[in-house]
Write a protein that binds this ligand. Structure first.
Ligand code: PMP
Length: 276
């Protein structure tokens, strides 16, 4: 696999990052994930805008590389050759001379980009198959989940708990209210309306979330950005998650509870999948 690191396209095993990089020592960096279908970047401007927002909120300077990100991605895309790819762009504050919380000198951010084959959404291949399994967990993350930080321990810890049954996704809640998945946003269809947590709720402003909300509104599907209680979540007719790599995927099981099955042609999630 070919990767991009600080101005160069290299073989993955030739890329070198200092152990004093603050991404390694402090998780001090942000990232972005951009899908590419049939060699076309999908919602690139929206992703770039969010990356710039993450950089601004973390006081990491915007480098020329970020300004030319589309060119870097297309170059990497040609090298890695997959028709459908997902690009991971990681930007850290850079390399420190000594390990210290405070940044003493002007630093140059480390920019690292990888791409991997984007697997076809299994629910495009067979939308009738059983949906994903999720588990509800208390949201233990920090209060700035709007920043797409590389420090993801709060997101990765619950899904890797060896004492709990294996699931596809964790759905976080706080004070009885649903927030988002550990790597996705969440939607429900309940009492004739589509509901999704509002951006005021310490969640990531998902690009897929934003895109499908816009498309639902263009297609007269009633969608509300609002609080969803755990009770509403468990009483929903449909639950689905969204992300750039998963697109739209229906949920069939929440903890031990199995959602009632529904005819595909009447399912809102299936209509929404077609917006991508
Ligand atoms: N929430 C979290 C915590 C995520 O990690 C992701 C995936 N990056 C999302 C939501 C979905 O965001 P997007 O649609 O931009 O991929």
């Amino acid at each position: 696999m070919w990767v991009y690191l600080n101005g160069q396209i290299l073989k993955e095993n030739e890329a070198r990052i200092s152990p004093l990089d603050r991404g390694f020592t402090f998780g001090d960096g942000v990232y972005e994930v951009i899908p590419c279908y049939d060699n076309q970047l999908f919602l690139f401007d929206e992703h770039l805008k969010r990356l710039k927002a993450s950089l601004e909120l973390t006081f990491i300077p915007l480098t020329d590389e970020i300004k030319n990100l589309d060119k870097i991605l297309l170059e990497l895309q040609k090298k890695n050759k997959f028709l459908n790819q997902s690009f991971y762009i990681q930007v850290t504050r850079g390399v420190d001379e000594v390990r210290a919380h405070a940044v003493e000198k002007k630093m140059h951010p480390t920019v690292f980009v990888t791409s991997q084959e984007l697997q076809k959404n299994p629910y495009r291949i067979d939308p009738n198959q059983e949906g994903i399994k999720v588990r509800l967990e208390e949201d233990i993350r920090w209060h700035r989940c709007d920043i797409k930080t590389i420090a993801l321990l709060g997101n990765t810890l619950p899904i890797n708990d060896p004492n709990k049954p294996k699931v596809d996704e964790i759905i976080f809640h706080k004070d009885g209210i649903i927030n988002e998945g550990s790597k996705s946003n969440v939607f429900i269809f309940h009492k004739g309306k589509v509901l999704t947590p509002s951006l005021d709720q310490n969640i990531l402003p998902g690009i897929t979330r934003g895109h499908i909300i816009k498309e639902m509104r263009n297609n007269d599907i009633d969608v509300h950005e609002t609080e969803i209680s755990i009770e509403q979540f468990l009483a929903a007719e449909e639950v689905w998650i969204t992300s750039s790599t998963k697109e739209v995927q229906p949920v069939s099981k929440i903890n031990e509870y199995t959602l009632p099955s529904k005819n595909l042609e009447d399912s809102i999630w299936y209509k929404v999948l077609k917006f991508i």
